[in-house]
Design a protein around this ligand. Sequence first.
Ligand code: SAH
Length: 243
Amino acid sequence: MSPSMLLKVIAPVFVFTFCFFVVNISPAQEKYYSELRSKMVRTQIRSRGITDPVVLEAFLKVERHKFVLPQHLLFAYNDSPLPIEEGQTISQPYIVAFMTEALKLQPTDKVLEIGTGSGYQAAILAEICDSVFTIEIFQKLGNKATQLFSGLGYKNIFVKIGDGYKGWPEKAPFNAIIVTCSPTHVPDDLKNQLAEGGRMIIPVGDYPIQQLVLLEKVKGKIREKEVLPVRFVPMISEEGTKY
Ligand code: SAH
């Protein structure tokens, strides 16, 4: 077969393959993931008592499958945490929803997150609030999340690589603080960076036994209560020791 004949045979095959995968399969995949998201919200989140419509809307919108490792795509909407790089985890959807709802967020709120990880929790917060400041101790994770946020068009998420134990004093005070790694005590710096009327949710304890603690600053004083037993990765220092 002459080269021009070969081209005539190969070209349509190439065009068909391109259309099939890029044009046809992608929307079908998006529809598939969107159905999985609706099911996740219905069966894992709403059914367990999360009712804030703003929170539910954010979970329907944020594409969790974009935040997991490629080898875990099939499990992106499962009722479980999943491993990410650096031995860390993206939390179970219900826990992300529980912590988000507990903060009683307003559209004008400025939020601090400690533990960017995959970036999923930050994206959920960014759908609800004015701005999200998120700190990640592993450079690789922080850089990856930054790229993902920019690819997804988020302009209200600001990532810092460093130790979140000290918070982000230059940007304080925050209307809400969410901590997604676990220290054995609530860091004083985080309490100090909470605005009047602000709320903080944080897993506290020694792995594997931790309690989610909800704090609120009222007239300068901190009130706190335990709300749910959980299991999070430990909060670590730059030297790798646990707080
Ligand atoms: N919110 C994340 C959950 C990530 S797991 C998500 O939605 O995917 C907790 C993260 O906290 C890990 O990425 C871990 O590297 C990070 N971490 C642990 N100690 C930290 C510290 N002192 N400061 C900032 N991040 C920390």
